[in-house]
Design a protein around this ligand. Structure first.
Ligand code: GLY
Length: 311
């Protein structure tokens, strides 16, 4: 089977001055994942490599440089899911792990449970050989400044250079047809300590089923949870796509995978009046994406192997 890879760096009101950083961040993530897939490597290794690249990039809200909680600390959530077995590995409220996706993977591979949180998740990570850092090492200067402004005033996107939500995600299929999806986030700025968003919740911020497709979501977690967005999108892939935002007599001019992505985002907007976006691969590797925010950072590998990135 031809491998496929799609990534995102969050759906948000990306300011013009961050466009190039978002595009090059997605490009680096594609390069990291595709260097594995194109050599016959596994989709799991590819999405982990892609997410690590995105987590390490402070322009996105995942890993180092994530938004800070009310206490001024980074608290990360991440999840990875195997479309063949429906097994997931998820970790939430990590404060001392540079790459939360690595913990999610270890939980999937080596833990009898599918989700661990907080100190227990960090202890498991350490036992699995993942180094723990000091919580301060996760904090970027830009986010500390934004958090201080939010504390003086109230939380506002303006304090964050417009960087309200920048969750990251990846979906891949490898040469052997294995489909995997992953999502990683620092969550929302000034969240209550202990808040868990949609990203590590199976079916909410991430889902994969080899019989239909794989999805990674971005947006306001409390809304995404209400419509179990990732699983809803995967279920839409099981039936013929419909055009939700085009008059009946006009051609949709979109791929089936894009139509499904649009329908899922339409559901989010209609039922929660909230914003967000998602990326997906159907079970054949066809990419789709949609968002109802001003922009969404994303990238995919075209059939000719070219990296396409956009916001
Ligand atoms: N979508 C990320 C979050 O709300 O935590």
């Amino acid at each position: 089977m031809k491998p496929a890879l799609i990534v995102h760096g969050g759906a948000w009101d990306i300011p013009d001055e961050a466009l190039e950083a978002c595009k090059s961040g997605c490009h680096r993530a594609l390069a990291a994942g595709w260097s594995i897939l194109s050599r016959g490597g596994s989709a799991l290794d590819a999405i982990e490599a892609a997410i690590v690249a995105l987590e390490d990039d402070p322009v996105f809200d995942a890993g180092y440089g994530s938004h800070l909680n009310l206490d001024g600390r980074v608290e990360c959530d991440a999840m990875v899911m195997n479309g063949a077995t429906l097994r997931a590995g998820a970790a939430a409220t990590l404060q001392r792990v540079k790459n939360p996706i690595r913990v999610a993977r270890k939980i999937l591979e080596n833990c009898p449970h599918m989700m661990l949180v907080a100190e227990g998740a960090e202890r498991f990570a350490k036992d699995q050989g993942i180094p723990l850092c000091q919580p301060e090492e996760m904090v970027s200067e830009a986010e500390r400044e934004a958090w201080l402004k939010c504390k003086e005033d109230k939380h506002a996107a303006a304090h964050h250079r417009g960087h309200e939500q920048g969750t990251v995600g990846a979906v891949a299929i490898d040469r052997d047809g294995n489909l995997w999806a992953a999502t990683s986030t620092g969550g929302t700025c000034c969240k209550l300590p202990g808040r868990v968003g949609d990203s590590p919740l199976i079916g909410c911020g991430c889902y994969a089923d080899s019989e239909a497709g794989g999805v990674s979501c971005t947006g306001y977690g409390e809304a995404i949870m209400k419509v179990v967005l990732a699983k809803s999108a995967v279920d839409l892939l099981r039936r013929p796509a419909t055009c939700v935002d085009t008059p009946p007599n006009i051609s949709c001019e979109a791929s089936t995978a894009d139509l499904v992505a649009r329908e899922a985002v339409h559901l989010l907007a209609k039922r929660t009046h909230s914003t967000g976006g998602l990326i997906l691969l159907d079970r054949h590797g066809n990419p789709g994406l949609a968002f109802n925010t001003p922009r969404m950072a994303h990238g995919l590998v075209a059939p000719d192997g070219a990296f396409l990135t956009a916001v």
